[in-house]
Design a protein around this ligand. Structure first.
Ligand code: NAP
Length: 245
């Protein structure tokens, strides 16, 4: 019996490298997202790499009607059920400042949509008393900054949500890993000014899967960001509000 992984936001660059690794380990993959053509291609690739099965399923974080069909499909799989969440969107802060209507979408994509799905999945995992949830949050959620405080606010909410979910599900033997990447070389950061300690989707995948295996609760990737954010969080507010970071 193979492990089943629901991958939300399976068109993400980091999801793609993670799906590849899970496929090589013989997992069954439910690849969830908005672009069915892209997802079908990833499913074909996963099968070629050794996945027990791989299927594209429609998911839109802004449309809760897409959630239940995925849960119904997952319920048909025996054994351990897992979920990895790669959904998120990060328009420039200046774009949101100019058009406040964009705010709801950012919060839904990066926080309330994924949380709404996990909230419905949680009872199924509790019933099976097994499984892992991996949630991609961000270092941006550790402190609100001038440059991306709406995205940061959404990720902060998602981090807090995952912390509570971990607390709840630990009682049933289900583990929740919160992942806090710094900048990663993906579509999300394409075209932005040079970012410090940039890492690759492959390295993030390595860190995620290692953290899941070792049952880590919170992982920073690249690891240096744990220290950087410790310092950034320690800056007193009167000084922080004058900084441009
Ligand atoms: N790249 C970084 O520097 C960085 C740093 C910290 C955290 N992260 C987080 O890591 C995760 C993966 O991001 P990535 O870097 O791999 O970027 P990415 O390639 O842009 O992936 C973002 C994913 O979110 C999906 N998505 C956005 N809105 C959605 C919606 N309403 N419904 C369904 N799917 C939606 C996108 O789907 P479409 O293909 O359909 O647009 C895409 O699959 C995200 O949660 C991101 O916030 C990234």
């Amino acid at each position: 019996m193979s492990d089943t992984w629901i991958i939300l936001g399976a068109t993400s660059s980091i999801a793609r490298t993670t799906a590849r690794r899970l496929a090589e380990n013989g997992a069954t993959l439910l690849l969830a997202g908005r672009d069915m053509v892209d997802l079908e291609a990833t499913a074909a690739d996963a099968k070629a790499r050794g996945a027990t099965a791989a299927e594209a399923v429609a998911f839109d974080a802004r449309d809760p009607a897409t959630f239940q069909p995925i849960l119904d499909r997952a319920a048909k799989e025996d054994g351990t059920l897992n979920c990895a969440v790669f959904v998120g969107s990060m328009p420039e802060q200046s774009e949101i400042d100019a058009n406040p209507a964009l705010l709801d979408g950012v919060i839904t994509d990066s926080f309330t949509g994924p949380a709404g799905f996990l909230q419905r999945l949680a009872p199924m995992m509790e019933e099976r008393c097994s499984g892992t949830i991996i949630g991609l949050s961000s270092v941006a959620g550790d402190r609100g900054r001038l440059g991306n405080y709406v995205y940061g606010g959404a990720k902060s909410g998602f981090t807090t949500y995952l912390s509570g979910l971990r607390n709840r599900l630990a009682r049933s033997g289900v583990h929740v890993v919160t992942v806090k990447p710094g900048p990663v070389d993906t579509a999300m950061t394409w075209g932005l000014d040079a970012l410090p300690f940039m890492t690759t989707p492959e390295k993030v995948t390595d860190d995620i899967l290692k953290a899941a295996r070792k049952k880590k609760n919170v992982v920073y990737t690249a690891g240096i960001w744990r220290l950087v954010m410790l310092v950034i969080r320690a800056v007193p507010e009167p000084i922080f509000k004058k900084m441009k970071i």
